[in-house]
Write a new protein. Structure first.
Length: 366
């Protein structure tokens, strides 16, 4: 049996302080898993894609107590009320108490669903995040955001509710489809643009060398992203100010996902397009040098991610959805823009003509 190796730990210093552990072979270490879960009632929430790979390891680790499972369909289109109530039904029917533990085993969709169920069942029970996708490992599992989608918008119903711990086993990336891995890199690029400096330079180099699941720097890259996000979360836990910067690229991304009913892009792919649109808008406002617009496009292309809006997308419909964004404050749409890597800011003076011009410039040609 492989031995557990902990590569890094990132503390999240919110009120109920917890840590993110980046490791290898956690699933092969039942003793380690049992030290994290003291409850005698464990509900594992996962999906049909992840369950065949990792569910049995958790069932073996917690075979000494009540351990039940909820296996949901895979995909963003299933992050809805129906899936949420499937979790509630299991909790109620199996008589789970307030001292129970819920384990989110999967990507960002599972983390959001399980986290929101934990936040609301009996007014809050503990939950553990075990993210298995790169996107969830570097972003979705950290920070306490939980939500489900509404038919009129993404993540419209949710709460801030932190897990008791996050366990990232980098070995799960070996079973991640290539498309999913690439989608996760979009979020890493976002962190590179937010952080700038040496981190962004290292990221540029790794992408051009060919970033993959067996890149030896990947565990430290994941840890760095978690640490960057932790800094924003601790400074502004409920997203009233600087934490909104973490939404770089997400305003357009969420609108695109909603417009296409989550059928055309993975979340990270939509974020790639959103990042490019944010760069174009920043350039058109005169705050960003055009070389950075080109560089972001090249990085996305190197990974194999889209960056242009498909020409069949109706801009008026897209703009209408952007107008429902959660970052709106006092009736004003707030965009996350960039002056240079490491110098992003919140812009609340974007007019509809400015937005339309930037989106039009971001459409595929031909």
């Amino acid at each position: 049996m492989a031995k557990l190796e902990v590569h890094a730990q990132v503390p999240i210093a919110v009120d109920n302080k917890y840590s993110v552990s980046i490791c290898s072979d956690a699933f092969n270490s039942p003793g380690f898993l049992r030290t994290l879960v003291l409850s005698q009632q464990v509900l594992i929430v996962t999906n049909h894609t992840v369950a065949p790979h990792y569910l049995s390891f958790l069932q073996t680790a917690f075979s000494d107590r009540q351990c039940d499972t909820v296996i949901l369909p895979d995909g963003e289109e299933h992050k809805n009320q129906r899936s949420l109530f499937t979790i509630y039904d299991a909790l109620v029917e199996k008589k789970y108490h307030r001292d129970a533990m819920l384990i989110a085993l999967g990507g960002g969709v599972i983390g959001d669903l399980a986290g929101f169920a934990a936040a609301t069942y009996q007014r809050g029970i503990a939950y553990l995040q075990m993210p298995t996708s790169l996107l969830a490992q570097v972003d979705a599992s950290v920070g306490g955001k939980t939500a489900i989608n509404h038919s009129l918008g993404k993540n419209m119903i949710g709460s801030f509710y932190h897990p008791c711990s996050v366990i990232i086993d980098v070995n799960t990336l070996k079973t991640l489809p290539d498309r999913e891995f690439k989608a996760g890199v979009a979020e890493i690029i976002k962190y590179g643009l937010l952080e700038g400096g040496d981190f962004f330079v290292q990221l540029q180099q790794l992408i051009r060398k060919g970033l993959s699941f067996d890149t030896k720097e990947l565990p430290s890259l994941i840890a760095a992203c978690c640490a960057i996000k932790a800094r924003f979360v601790v400074a502004d836990e409920k997203e009233q100010g600087v934490r909104a910067l973490l939404n770089l690229g997400h305003t357009v991304a969420h609108a695109l996902e909603t417009l296409t009913q989550y059928s055309q892009w993975l979340h990270g792919e939509a974020v790639g397009i959103g990042l490019y649109c944010a760069m174009v808008l920043s350039f058109q406002l005169g705050v960003l040098d055009e070389c950075w617009v080109t560089e972001v496009a090249l990085l996305l292309q190197e990974i194999g991610l889209p960056h242009k809006i498909p020409k069949e997308i109706q801009l008026d419909e897209l703009i209408k959805l952007i107008g429902t964004d959660k970052k709106i404050k006092n009736g004003r749409l707030r965009f996350i823009l960039m002056r240079k890597p490491g110098a992003c800011y919140i812009e609340s003076e974007i007019t509809p003509p400015m937005l339309e011009k930037a989106l039009a410039a971001s459409i595929e040609k031909g």
